[in-house]
Design a protein around this ligand. Structure first.
Ligand code: ADP
Ligand code: MG
Length: 242
């Protein structure tokens, strides 16, 4: 199976007993055996106090890091059998990332930043640029192709980062506090964009501190001290459990 193929109706992600420790004496155990299944098409919020292990979990979900113990399956495939280059290829083809700090390259235009999301595709530069321009159009920035990051507002920068994440048409989009550096209006437009991507079929996982935002998602997972505290589905109008 190549990295661009999904395997039938397997969950996008299936975690069994996932443990993460950082080296030290004694080692620091951050995640204490996480069991979690994320189905294709879900829109899921991860909430929890600072330091509870949310970003550590996201790095594992995105195969940026490997667990100390336990098993992750991505679209049915056990990731422990994959080499680092195979994991990199999986990320490049199937997973998009968005972070609070945008991580745009300051010397590049928006279209060049987004085209960088296709470097692993092997497509020629003209194709990468055309697809980047198209992705920027989808996030409402078709009129900002030549701007540099320092010529953009925070909300626009995050939309460029989302365009970079989606330009490769990932199955899974992982966002770590994507609205954390934005004012409420820009944050709302970024969230609308994530909802649109989800409605178009992308599985979306968002780490957030925003209780109202989390309460508006169809599924919410709470992390506390490296363990799943709650896993709720359906509407939660009062946001009481958060
Ligand atoms: P959250 O995203 O929920 O705020 P993190 O996953 O970033 O939490 O961090 C969880 C804990 O793991 C924190 O106590 C943090 O200090 C620790 N941690 C994160 N990365 C490392 C690392 N590379 N080495 C050692 N400890 C780490
Ligand atoms: Mg974090």
């Amino acid at each position: 199976m190549t990295v661009s193929q999904s395997s039938g109706d397997a969950p996008v992600l299936e975690l069994t007993g996932v443990v993460k420790e950082y080296p030290g004496s004694p080692p620091l155990r951050i995640l204490h055996g996480i069991d979690l299944t994320i189905e294709a098409g879900e829109l899921l919020a991860v909430v929890g106090p600072s330091g509870s292990g949310k970003s550590t979990l996201l790095a594992l979900l995105g195969s940026l890091d490997r667990p100390t113990d336990g098993r992750l399956r991505f679209e049915g495939r056990d990731l422990s059998g994959l080499s680092d280059p195979e994991l990199a290829a999986l990320r490049a083809h199937r997973i998009g990332f968005v972070f609070q700090q945008f991580f745009l390259l300051s010397g590049l235009s928006t279209v060049e930043n987004v085209a960088a999301g296709l470097l692993y595709s092997g497509a020629p530069i003209s194709v990468r640029r055309a697809r980047a321009a198209e992705a920027l159009g989808e996030v409402g920035l078709g009129h900002r192709l030549g701007h540099r990051p320092d010529q953009l507002s925070g909300g626009e920068k995050q939309r460029v980062a989302i365009a970079r994440a989606l330009v490769g048409r990932p199955a899974l989009l992982l966002a770590d506090e994507p609205t954390g550096a934005l004012d409420s209006v820009s944050g709302a437009s970024v969230v609308d964009l994530l909802r649109t991507l989800n409605a178009d079929g992308t599985t979306v996982v968002v780490i957030t501190h925003d209780r109202d935002l989390a309460a508006s998602f169809p599924r919410r997972i709470g992390i506390h001290d490296g363990r799943i505290d709650f896993d709720e589905r359906g509407m939660n109008p009062a946001g009481a459990a958060l």
